[in-house]
Design a protein around this ligand. Structure first.
Ligand SMILES: Cc1cc2nc3c(=O)[nH]c(=O)nc-3n(C[C@H](O)[C@H](O)[C@H](O)COP(=O)(O)OP(=O)(O)OC[C@H]3O[C@@H](n4cnc5c(N)ncnc54)[C@H](O)[C@@H]3O)c2cc1C
Length: 436
């Protein structure tokens, strides 16, 4: 079988691409291949499903007849194991070869599993990237009383909160000296740690699991410092890496992720990549990097889709942006995660220890290069726009630290520029829509 467009991946990137192609081209043949058997679902909603806040059907973010309406053929529940660049075919694990005119690789991320003595596929050990993981954890919860989470990153902490709310004893073990180290600064980490402590979650820092004990199920773990902890449920949330396996043995250039240009095209003509498997241009960072973000994957898929159809579109405004909350504590961090004593950046910040409200901005050449809002995150979208538009904020930088900062604090000229941006069609508009 051969299609005009083939998409590997049925998630944010893949769906973005399908929708862009169909906006421009109703007639060509399109196929979606995905290892997971499920209808397109939101990974971000997995913790909410586990928490019981939403039913399973709410996790699917496109109607049940989406593929039919889009006139897309699906190959779901089958893994792509390689790409033959010469014959322009995707090789599936069941031996089928799927020919393509143009190809998008949107295979996402895969969990990093650290080498741990005794780990051998025990049934109460999970990562937390897939719906399947959430279904497995849900089942295990029926009999579990204690849980241990390896990794104090966003995903590990999200799971920790849910498990605690479900009444389990929860301990998070983190190798670094603080949680969320890659995405926020030490002050924010401390506020988050306090929030978890208040809610009865134990956090053990600068430690890791050396060994697990138990055959069919892990019964206890032994940490690097020799201490032992019993557990009925073990979650490995140490990190996510770009899933680039399918391009192994091809000339497609891979660095940390599949390298793409601003049109989302890889080093091989006609083959595109986007989302968690790709390394894309971060306009604040000033170079390509892996951004494990839903909107970036979706917009990247759309940009790829347009270019695959011959309509030139560029991804210009991607950068790191995390909106998260743990218990009732909200955080938005975006751009670069800069230390407060940086020589390279001008850093301004304000911490209200009592109310646990923190605001911080890192400026470079008068422009916002990164910011963190914690405890109170209203109007984060304005800061994101100022950053994306490269607005010089020097003249009103002290106002940025005001808790009620808003459009009224901007000069009329800047206000109009930002508002005009809202009606501009393109990446920025799409980004804003997905932040909402
Ligand atoms: C628990 C959790 C919460 C999150 N919360 C947020 C959030 O709040 N905000 C945010 O921006 N991001 C969040 N993310 C990250 C976000 O979900 C990802 O950035 C996004 O899903 C990436 O989309 P993608 O299309 O690149 O890949 P993925 O969503 O990883 O999907 C990859 C697709 O490729 C398929 N696939 C993989 N390998 C193969 C293969 N060899 N052959 C065939 N098919 C294959 C998979 O089956 C899947 O369909 C969260 C992630 C998790 C796990």
């Amino acid at each position: 079988m051969r299609y005009d467009y083939v998409i590997i991946g049925n998630s944010a990137g893949g769906i973005g691409c399908v929708e862009a192609i169909r906006e421009l081209d109703e007639a060509s043949s399109v196929a979606v291949i995905a290892a997971e058997k499920y209808h397109a679902y939101s990974r971000a909603l997995i913790p909410y499903y586990l928490d019981g806040k939403i039913e399973l059907d709410k996790i699917y973010y496109r109607p049940h007849d989406f593929y039919q309406k889009m006139n897309v053929e699906t190959h779901l529940g089958v893994k792509a194991v390689g790409i033959d660049i010469n014959s322009r075919e995707v090789l599936l694990e069941d031996g089928v070869r799927v020919g393509f005119g143009k190809l998008l690789i949107a295979t996402g991320g895969k969990p990093f599993i650290p080498p741990i003595e005794g780990l051998s596929g025990q049934k109460n050990v999970f990562t937390f990237l897939k719906l399947e993981d959430a279904l497995g954890v849900k089942e295990t919860l029926k009999s579990a009383e204690t849980s241990l989470i390896l990794g104090g990153g966003i995903i590990g902490l999200m799971v920790a909160e849910v498990l605690r709310r479900k009444g389990l004893e929860v301990i998070v073990v983190e190798l670094a000296d603080r949680v969320l180290a890659p995405v926020v600064d030490p002050i924010t980490s401390k506020l988050v740690q306090e929030k978890f402590a208040e809610n009865g979650v134990g956090i053990i820092l600068q430690n890791t699991i050396a060994k697990v004990v138990g055959e069919k199920e892990v019964e206890r773990v032994i940490l690097k410092d020799g201490s032992e902890l019993p557990t009925d449920l073990l979650i490995l949330a140490v990190g996510v890496r770009p899933n680039t396996e399918v391009v192994r043995d091809t000339p497609i250039k891979v660095n940390r992720g599949i390298v793409v240009d601003k049109y989302m095209e890889t080093s091989v003509k006609g083959i595109y990549a986007c989302g968690d498997c790709a390394e894309i241009y971060d306009f604040v960072f000033g170079a390509n990097r892996v951004l494990l973000l839903w909107p970036t994957a979706y917009v990247g898929g759309r940009i790829a889709g347009f270019n695959m159809c011959g309509v030139r579109r560029e991804l210009t405004h991607a950068t790191s942006m995390n909106a998260m909350h743990f218990f009732d504590f909200y955080i938005v961090s975006a751009g670069l995660n800069v230390p407060n004593d940086s020589d390279e950046f001008e850093v301004i910040y304000k911490l209200d220890e009592e109310r646990k409200i923190y605001r911080k901005f890192a400026l470079k050449d008068g422009e916002i290069a990164g910011f963190i809002l914690a405890g109170k995150v209203d109007r984060a979208g304005i800061f994101l726009k100022l950053m994306k538009e490269g607005v010089k904020v020097t003249g009103f930088k002290d106002k940025l630290l005001k808790e009620d900062f808003g459009y009224v604090d901007l000069s009329e000229e800047i206000r109009w520029d930002l508002l005009a941006d809202k009606v501009k069609l393109g990446v920025v508009y799409e980004y804003a829509a997905y932040e909402a």
